[in-house]
Design a protein. Structure first.
Length: 187
């Protein structure tokens, strides 16, 4: 029963964080929003950091499920463009925001963010590899393609300069063409 209640709280806390973000997360407002107390959250998750770790992991699970649900595309290029379209919609858009917030906080050395970002990144890369192989990426080159695509799509996701979605889409298509070239070149 306690495990079921913990899972319920984790799902609700994840929904809350996906809507409101990790930055400035406080247990009392979170608890009030999901209909529990901060003490109950501490009981089930030990402390705020453990709750954040669980939320980041659950958000990543949702993101990976969204990528796993994407049908394979007829080419690497179309697969990268389809992936970008998924990044621009829910649930991936909010999941990417949460990951970026955790990673940015981790980059300045704060735990559990650094460890959480590293752990979720490894799982995320595996999900992207599987997806891009479904889109025709050769297994021997998929790691190289994922490195390029993952880093660039995060950059596009975080872009604060370009207000024109069509311009971003053109940039993503340039990336998609580069990924296609890596996948099909003989070198």
């Amino acid at each position: 029963m306690a495990d079921h209640h913990r899972e319920e709280l984790l799902e609700q806390a994840t929904d809350y964080v996906l809507e409101h973000g990790l930055i400035g997360l406080s247990l009392r407002p979170l608890a009030a929003a999901i209909g529990t107390s901060d003490r109950m959250l501490i009981y089930h998750f030990t402390n705020r950091d453990a709750l954040i770790s669980a939320v980041v992991a659950r958000s990543n699970e949702r993101a990976m499920a969204a990528v796993a649900a994407l049908p394979g595309a007829p080419s690497i290029r179309s697969g990268v463009n389809r992936l970008w379209a998924a990044y621009r919609t829910e649930p991936l858009s909010s999941c990417m925001d949460v990951y970026c917030q955790a990673a940015a906080t981790g980059l300045i050395g704060r735990e559990p963010y650094l460890s959480d970002a590293r752990a979720t990144a490894e799982l995320w890369v595996a999900a992207l590899r599987e997806y891009l192989v479904r889109c025709g990426a050769p297994p021997r080159r998929v790691a190289r393609i994922v490195t390029l695509v993952d880093s660039a799509l995060y950059g596009f996701h975080l872009d604060l300069v370009t207000d024109d979605p069509d311009e971003l889409a053109r940039g993503v298509d340039d990336l998609a063409r580069a990924a296609e070239t890596i996948g099909t070149s003989r070198a």
